[in-house]
Design a protein around this ligand. Structure first.
Ligand SMILES: *[C@@H]1O[C@H](CO)[C@@H](O)[C@H](O)[C@H]1NC(C)=O
Ligand SMILES: *[C@@H]1O[C@H](CO)[C@@H](O)[C@H](O)[C@H]1NC(C)=O
Ligand SMILES: *[C@@H]1O[C@H](CO)[C@@H](O)[C@H](O)[C@H]1NC(C)=O
Ligand SMILES: *[C@@H]1O[C@H](CO)[C@@H](O)[C@H](O)[C@H]1NC(C)=O
Ligand SMILES: *[C@@H]1O[C@H](CO)[C@@H](O)[C@H](O)[C@H]1NC(C)=O
Length: 759
């Protein structure tokens, strides 16, 4: 008898769970989240990431999206209507046609007896597929009475649905709009997985339409647990895969343990003749594992997609998972890749078998007396013996283990879309667009065998609400995201937000490359001009932004591209802003090669606030350090109006630009301050300077005291030799300045954080 499968047996799971619970419960609360950080965050409405929203009064729940074969039309299933949107122009999608498809009054009345007539008794479109060149096929919940219909197309305009063409849609659409479902059309045949009854406890996987016989899963054999919830269906050459989650019956666990599964049925299945009539004879399922050491298991699958193109010889399914458990109120998400070969292998291995007497699952080998192998996609009907075997052996022993590409806490991904992007060198990178429960879109890039990095986070809607669906439109260079209030077009990238070669290269976006001739970060196009620069794998500007043989040395980048000249009134406070372009960078201010003087300046919200005293003029630079590479983000030449400084000779030849640095006059400058409302800054500076001064004062006061205390027993002695005093006092008094530095840098860190939130 084989022991329980290693890895995720219930005890190690429980142990892991309790371990995490004990160790991590208190400290993780309020933690910013683990996993990769989006390099740039755009809030809703940020002009640097202009989104186009289609919405219309009276339309809601844009949850079903279908791209036309030519890629120029987006069909959308909304509550009680189907729309055709023209998406060929870059702006807002244009409404081409709209046909209402409300649930009938009779069904709505019936529904209102049992369900909420304000939220549930409508026709929520759940299935929308392209049947052939002239027809779509759609199904909806139809006020808890699923219905389907053909929709005729004329020049991709929709023709109205006549009531007599609406047929029953049980098994194709769920009854309850909150229930999950999936459907895929393969060669004119619809494979769908959803709940098959009003109560929502009878899941079904069914084949309809097309010439082949209608086949279903068997409810009484419990091939699917009553709570099975389907999230994706992916056709392959011979089989169709279904991705879902359900309660794991094979593990004994004190709690309902949910688990993710992949099931498959053969396309050429015709059902049994005496046994398993009109039932699948090839239904098999296996456990999907997406785990990361030291984390709770990601056991709940949310969505899965196949990378359509031949990204690699071995195709992969990419799936997002969350965990059934959460720590400190935050959920985590993971994206795992599953090789189709691994999935196939699991279905060729041993089975699990339920021992009816002990109610325990054991391993059952492959029967060698039945040929062809039961459940294989062999042509023709199977023998009774094979079918009897299939009735009880539907769960595979082997698990399909995924490769985690992205593990992130504090976010719950709902949907994903993937594509391959070629970089300048012709290497393929995986690009994933991940929608969250709070309305954000993450663009994640996986290069080679490494983990994903997050290029950006775009907040799609002002209100935090879930992304219901994502549809990639490769020919339009955009992703479309459906939510309750509309559908949003998100261009793949806006490369022009990266204004320098360094920023362009450090972004590591395979869609963007630096064009050194026009000095612009551009969207990659084909054919690619040879002079363009990019380094998606390493993100090394030292290499990619080099020009000429000297380029490899990092020093060349310390030379600013442009100098901003500031002319200031003596004894005023200057505010020199520094744009925080990247959340992955750390920022610091320098005066020439030295750090910014702490006596006369302070960093507030990323900006340098500088008290302009005598001799404080000169070169001030804000440096970013990212990926082991430092470069000046912005360079200021600060000049006093009274005594202009001669520009340092090594800065000659760099273009200069006169800027107005907002300034506040110290003392008597109320008018100026009020006029430009720099009071908050002024106050901050005053407070901070006061702190610095009082710190210095304390230092002065504490120094002799500390020295006295340090002397201890040698009290009474006059003075110590100077050589002995110095080390003692240094030992005693270094901490205060250190404290100061940490205080100042924590202000800086806070402002970093603030800055990136804003960016
Ligand atoms: C791209 O970014 C640039 C610079 O920030 C901005 O001017 C432009 O409007 C943006 N375009 C889009 C389509 O977001
Ligand atoms: C729901 O039912 C109430 C009472 O019967 C009715 O007033 C209301 O208009 C109905 N709402 C909808 C959306 O049909
Ligand atoms: C498309 O499918 C519909 C519905 O089955 C059918 O009536 C129509 O003839 C088909 N059109 C073509 C061009 O095959
Ligand atoms: C698919 O692979 C073949 C050969 O490996 C290659 O020639 C072709 O360009 C690839 N297609 C895509 C869309 O990547
Ligand atoms: C911090 O700086 C950003 C831009 O530089 C600004 O929008 C924001 O209001 C500043 N925050 C505070 C608290 O001053």
């Amino acid at each position: 008898m084989a022991p329980p499968a290693p890895g995720l047996d219930p005890w190690s799971l429980l142990g892991l769970f309790l371990f995490r619970l004990l160790l991590l419960l208190p400290p993780t609360a309020g933690e910013g989240g683990q996993g990769p950080v989006p390099r740039v965050k755009y809030l809703a409405g940020d002009g640097r990431r202009a989104l186009s929203l289609f919405h219309q009064k009276g339309l809601q729940d844009f949850d079903t999206l279908l791209l036309s074969a030519d890629g120029g039309t987006l069909y959308v299933g909304v509550r009680e209507a189907v729309l055709a949107l023209d998406i060929r122009d870059p702006g807002v999608p244009q409404l081409k046609s709209m046909i209402p498809w409300p649930a009938s009054d009779k069904k709505k009345r019936e529904c209102a007896f049992k369900k909420n007539n304000e939220t549930q008794c409508f026709n929520f479109i759940r299935v929308l597929v392209s049947l052939n060149a002239t027809h779509l096929y759609a199904c909806g919940t139809f006020a808890f009475s699923p219905a389907c219909t053909f929709i005729e197309l004329r020049d991709s305009h929709l023709l109205p649905i006549s009531e007599d063409k609406v047929v029953e849609g049980k098994g194709q659409s769920p009854f309850d709009p909150t229930h999950k479902h999936t459907a895929v059309l393969v060669d004119g045949t619809l494979y769908s997985g959803t709940m098959n009854n009003f109560l929502g406890n009878e899941p079904i996987l069914i084949r309809t339409l097309g010439p082949q016989p209608v086949l279903k899963t068997d409810t009484f054999l419990l091939w699917l647990q009553p709570d099975a919830s389907f999230v994706a269906a992916i056709p392959s050459t011979q089989v169709v895969y279904f991705f879902f989650e359900e309660t794991a019956s094979e593990f004994e666990f004190f709690d309902k343990l949910r688990t993710s599964r992949v099931a498959r049925v053969c396309k050429n299945d015709v059902g049994g003749e005496r046994l398993l009539q009109r039932k699948w004879t090839t239904f098999l399922k296996a456990q999907l594992l997406c785990t990361e050491p030291g984390q709770l298991p990601f056991n709940v699958i949310r969505h899965a997609v196949l990378l359509p193109a031949n990204f690699s010889s071995d195709q992969h399914v990419y799936a997002v998972f969350t965990s059934q458990w959460q720590i400190g109120g935050t959920r985590s998400s993971a994206v795992c890749a599953f090789s189709l070969k691994d999935i196939e292998r699991a279905f060729e291995g041993k089975y699990k078998e339920l021992n009816k007497e002990t109610s325990r699952w054991t391993t059952h080998g492959v029967p060698d007396d039945i040929s062809p192998r039961p459940g294989s996609c062999s042509v023709g009907p199977s023998s009774d013996k094979a079918l009897t075997f299939m009735k009880a052996h539907f769960l595979m022993d082997e698990q399909v283990v995924g490769t985690p590409l992205l593990v992130k806490s504090g976010v719950e991904y709902t949907r994903l879309a993937v594509e391959a992007a070629q970089d300048l060198d012709g290497h393929s990178h995986l690009v994933m667009y991940l929608g969250t429960t709070t309305g954000a879109l993450h663009k994640a890039v996986v290069s080679g065998d490494s983990r994903a990095h997050l290029v950006e986070e775009v907040q799609l809607f002002p209100r935090p609400e879930p992304v219901l669906n994502l549809q990639l439109a490769p020919s339009q260079g955009a992703v479309f995201a459906g939510f309750s209030g509309g559908v949003v077009r998100v261009p793949r990238a806006n490369c022009s937000v990266y204004e320098s070669c360094m920023d362009c290269v450090l972004a590591r976006d395979p869609h963007c490359a630096w064009d050194p001739e026009s000095r612009i970060c551009r969207l990659l196009r084909t054919p690619v001009p040879r002079s363009w620069r990019q380094d998606v794998e390493q993100g090394n500007p030292g290499w990619a932004c080099a020009n000429g043989p000297m380029g490899r040395s990092l020093r060349s980048h310390s030379r600013p591209q442009i100098i901003k000249e500031v002319l200031a009134v003596p004894n005023s406070i200057l505010e020199l802003p520094c744009p925080h372009l990247s959340a992955l960078a750390s920022y610091h201010w320098g005066q020439g090669p030295a750090p910014a003087p702490r006596a006369s300046s302070v960093v507030y919200n990323g900006s340098l606030l500088l008290v302009l005293r005598d001799g404080a003029g000169g070169l001030y630079q804000c440096w970013a350090t990212e990926n082991g590479f430092s470069y000046p983000v912005v360079s200021y030449w600060v000049d006093s109006q009274d005594q202009p400084l001669a520009l340092a000779p090594d800065l000659a030849g760099i273009p200069r630009e006169r800027v107005e640095a907002p300034l506040t006059r110290v003392g008597g400058g109320a008018a100026l301050a009020a006029q430009r409302s720099y009071w908050p800054h002024f106050l901050t500076v005053t407070v901070l300077l006061a702190l610095v001064l009082s710190g210095a004062l304390i230092l002065l006061l504490v120094a002799p005291l500390g020295a006295l205390r340090g002397r201890g027993k040698v009290q009474g002695c006059g003075t110590l030799p100077p050589g002995e005093k110095a080390p003692l006092s240094r030992e005693q008094h270094l901490p205060p300045p250190n404290d100061h530095r940490t205080a100042a840098s924590s202000v800086g860190a806070d402002s970093d954080h603030l800055g990136t939130e804003v960016v």
